[in-house]
Design a protein around this ligand. Structure first.
Ligand code: G5P
Ligand code: MG
Length: 240
């Protein structure tokens, strides 16, 4: 069985580039990328769809999750075997051999979830992305996703080879329902309130690393350098 190498989470408001950065981390360091938002979308039957707000997600595939549950009672991480498997990277039929290290986005989202996560494992590293809110709104309105894989494009930043088509499968891209301007504003407000105590908690533990800026390409080399000090890379920072 592989020993634990690194367990990290990436925090940041909607559109801050968590998915983009984690995809690079996954490829550069061979880490499993786990996205709670993607799990929730998949469990609702589509990667481009809206995620549940105040609505339980079926047990079995994932623990129940509610937005804004400050006490974390909604995110039943302690009893939710689906989430536990997801976080540990342990597939019930494959065993814990392969994925004992990983990076997670979208979770924990509240102080309650952070405390619940403490009951499952100890984090080695927390990366926080600080991006101006105006930049986030522009990015999200130009985002297109491939629902089945969760692959993310942006019409300005990383457009697909053919407009509206996934590069790898040739399948159509969609816009997420929650990327509409009114939904984005609400998500940003909610994030601000919920994230503050989570960030403070990890800061107090000395494992928080914050990165500010408006461009992922400028932030990425710093993230790469940080991770390289913890785990050997398998690709150079320019090969992502
Ligand atoms: P998600 O899916 O976790 P959010 O809201 O946390 O959603 P989101 O929107 O997926 O985060 P991101 O992953 O931070 O954003 O950003 P991204 O997709 O990488 O980048 C955004 C866009 O900008 C992309 O088009 C990308 O190509 C582009 N981009 C990146 N860098 C640059 C750049 O430098 N320049 C430019 N121009 N573009 C760039 O969760 C969704 C919902 O699920 C629920 C919640 O309702 C949540 O709102 N949920 C949970 N609920 C309860 N508990 C949990 N733990 C939950 N997790 C999720
Ligand atoms: Mg994302």
């Amino acid at each position: 069985m592989a020993s634990k190498l690194l367990r990290a989470v990436v925090l940041g408001p909607p559109g801050s580039g968590k998915g983009t950065v984690c995809e690079r981390i996954g490829r550069s360091f061979g880490l499993q990328h786990l996205s709670s938002g993607q799990f929730l979308r998949e469990s609702l039957g589509g990667g481009g769809g809206e995620c549940p707000r105040g609505r339980p997600v079926g047990r079995g595939s994932l623990p129940r999750a509610w937005d804004g549950d400050e006490h974390g009672a909604g995110m039943e991480v302690n009893t939710g075997v689906g989430w536990r498997w997801a976080w540990m990277g342990i597939h019930p039929h494959r065993g814990p051999a392969l994925f004992c290290c990983g990076v997670c986005t979208g979770f924990p989202r509240t102080l309650g979830q952070a405390k619940a996560l403490d009951g499952i494992c100890e984090l080695d590293l927390v990366i926080s992305l600080n991006i101006p809110f105006e930049t986030l709104k522009d990015r999200l309105s130009a985002r297109w996703v491939h629902p089945a894989s969760g692959r993310v494009y942006n019409m300005d930043f990383n457009p697909p080879h053919i407009q509206g088509i996934d590069d790898l499968t040739g399948e159509p891209l969609v816009q997420r329902e929650d990327d509409k301007p009114e939904a984005v504003a609400a998500r940003l407000r909610k994030y601000k309130d919920a994230a503050k105590p989570v960030i403070e908690l990890y800061k107090s533990r000395g494992i928080l690393h914050s990165f500010s800026g408006t461009e992922t390409n400028k932030i990425w080399p710093y993230v790469y350098t940080l991770l390289s000090s913890k785990i050997p890379p398998i690709l150079s920072d320019e090969e992502h």
